[in-house]
Design a protein around this ligand. Structure first.
Ligand SMILES: Nc1ncnc2c1ncn2[C@@H]1O[C@H](COP(=O)(O)OP(=O)(O)OP(=O)(O)O)[C@@H](O)[C@H]1O
Ligand SMILES: [Mg+2]
Length: 404
């Protein structure tokens, strides 16, 4: 399948579910198929080196033939993209009477460190050095926020950056006297624009269904499942294609056989069909709970084989978007792909920012995008395997065109 485009696979999921192990295993199998593969940790609590049991550094390090690993250095990233902006913010805060040390502290925005790490994706795509980039990302909530930030950045680039150019024409000193705040210097606008353009580039790469897939790892337990559902909905609504859900550490029958884990296995086996129904048509695969420490390339390869068998781990296991929001005049329509289902079989319930779909007794939760939270639901109908739920237009929904 490998063409001139770099394949990007990003793994996310709740803490401890096995993201790092699965990302490492995927990268390993990809490299052994002959693809030049880099596995990049964007979680600031790196553990890739531990999974491979080899030292890794902030620059790509060879692990074996065709396989590189990287644990980016947060401070390097901040210096590279953020220091000019940070200096201005410190100036602004201290001008507002904030203590200099505190001002300095406040300018490291939460999430900047992981964002800096994500920027490496664009660097690796541009370098042409790799066929495949596997990202071991931070746990769900964090990644979501980071991934959707670039959407906001486009707004900044379009609205604020031109002001910067105007400011330099009018003259800083005069403007500062007029509005009474230190104005950012040209280089601050330039640095912000550079940073946001990079973020926008990463966003566009990750949202490109021709090259990227976001994959969700989860454990067959309530909290992990619920959190995975939220992120899955968000990924689809906001245009990040996902092609695979991985249930990790599924107890095999022989391990549960002696009785002590029988109850846990029974619970997992009950959750599995629910998870499959929730994500359909996106495939759900499982990895068994192994009875050894899964560290080093040979153990990781075992995880990889359990997950992919003879399949190419870089395949697109699903193409398409099970949810999307389209604008129709003043209204918005949430489209949900529900093949092989009739309207009668679907029950809809609205609960705050969530829409509960009950299909043949199985529940699916869709977290509504912000633009639809306040919009009343106007009914739903089924058309060619797509459930179309209409939302009344409100002022706030009119100005927003997300996910369409
Ligand atoms: N299928 C499995 N069988 C046995 N052990 C596993 C399996 N998957 C992962 N592990 C082990 O579980 C631990 C946690 O896995 P891992 O570090 O991959 O999770 P993670 O989601 O990346 O965690 P974090 O959120 O902390 O980054 C590791 O010690 C790993 O070796
Ligand atoms: Mg990890």
């Amino acid at each position: 399948m490998m063409g001139p485009m770099t394949r990007i696979l990003l793994y996310t999921g709740k803490g401890g579910v096995g993201k790092t192990s699965i990302a490492a295993a995927t990268a390993l199998l990809s490299a052994r198929r002959g693809y030049r593969t880099i596995v990049l940790s964007t979680d600031i609590a790196h553990s890739l080196a531990d999974a491979f049991d080899v030292p890794l550094g902030p620059e790509p390090t060879v692990i074996e033939k065709n396989l590189w690993g990287q644990e980016p250095d947060v401070y390097h990233n901040i210096a590279r993209y953020w220091s000019t902006i940070q200096k201005y913010m410190a100036e602004l805060f201290s001008w507002r009477g904030l203590d200099a040390v505190l001002a300095e502290e406040m300018t490291v925005l939460p999430g900047m460190d992981e964002l800096g790490n994500l920027l490496w994706i664009a660097d690796h795509v541009e370098s042409g050095d790799y066929d495949v980039i596997v990202v071991d990302a931070a746990p769900t909530g964090e990644t979501l926020r980071l991934l959707s930030l670039p959407e906001a950045s486009r707004w900044w680039i379009e609205r604020i950056a031109p002001i910067g150019r105007r400011v330099s024409r009018i003259g800083r000193p005069m403007l500062e006297r007029m509005i009474g705040v230190p104005m950012p210097r040209d280089e601050v606008f330039a640095a912000a624009e550079r940073l946001l353009n990079r973020l926008d580039k990463v966003h566009r790469l990750l949202a490109d269904p021709a090259q990227s897939s976001v994959r969700i790892a989860l454990a067959l337990e309530k909290l992990s499942i619920v959190e995975a559902q939220r992120s899955f909905t968000y990924f689809h609504l906001f245009g990040y294609p996902s092609d695979l859900v991985v249930c990790n550490r599924v107890l095999p029958s022989e391990m549960a056989g002696d009785g002590s884990f029988g109850g846990l296995r029974a619970t997992q086996q009950r959750y599995l069909p629910e998870v499959e129904a929730q994500y359909a048509p996106v495939p759900v695969r499982t990895v068994p709970q192994f009875d050894r420490e899964m560290i080093g390339t040979e153990r990781l390869a075992e995880i990889g084989r359990a997950l992919f068998g003879d399949d190419d781990p870089t395949s697109f296991f699903y193409r398409g978007r099970p949810y999307r929001v389209v604008a129709e005049g003043d209204e918005h329509v949430l489209e949900v792909l529900l093949p092989f289902t009739s309207r009668d079989a679907v029950q809809l319930t609205r609960d705050g920012d969530e829409l509960l779909l009950q299909v043949d007794g199985l529940r699916r939760t869709i977290v509504l995008p912000r633009a639809l939270v306040d919009a009343p639901t106007m009914g739903a109908k089924m058309e060619d395997g797509v459930l179309r739920i209409r939302f009344q237009g409100t002022k706030s929904t009119k100005s927003s065109k997300r996910g369409g």
